[in-house]
Design a protein around this ligand. Structure first.
Ligand code: COA
Length: 116
């Protein structure tokens, strides 16, 4: 995990869950299987608020934990008025992008970057 991400997560953990941000942890038989960090965002144009998945990771891939965490995050955001969920995936993360598309997510716009 990148240092910046770890710092952000540490801050979110310290702050605790509220109606704007939550770290949901999946446990099975008392063992942590993974987490998802989900937030609420205001719509820039004044529309309904949106959910955003900021991070998701599991301890063991391919056991259905990722799918369960995505559903839990979607329920969390829906309960708070979200009708859309956003997330970012690196173009280079082919397996992450495949996972998201299996969960019903579609790319909507392309972010362009240039190294300076
Ligand atoms: C991406 C991640 C969260 C998926 O979690 P998971 O528990 O392995 O996913 P699941 O077992 O719930 O799988 C759900 C579906 O996605 C598919 N899938 C899961 N990981 C995949 C991968 N890396 N590549 C391709 N397909 C994948 C599964 O085959 C499954 O398909 P099915 O519904 O047809 O059976 C997990 O691999 C992970 O923690 N990766 C490292 C962190 C990361 O990349 N986070 C995302 C940043 S963009």
């Amino acid at each position: 995990m990148e240092a910046g991400t770890a710092r952000q997560l540490a801050y979110a953990l310290e702050r605790g869950n509220d109606d704007h941000s939550a770290i949901l942890v999946l446990e099975e038989d008392g063992r942590r299987q993974g987490f998802v960090w989900v937030k609420m965002l205001d719509d820039f144009y004044g529309g309904p608020p949106m959910g955003k998945i900021s991070e998701i990771a599991v301890t063991e891939s391919g056991k259905g934990s990722g799918r369960q965490l995505m559903s839990a995050a979607e329920e969390w955001a829906k309960k708070r008025g979200a009708r859309l969920m956003l997330l970012n995936a690196l173009e280079t993360n082919a397996s992450g992008r495949r996972f998201y598309s299996l969960q019903g997510y579609e790319p909507e716009y392309t972010a362009y970057v240039k190294r300076l």
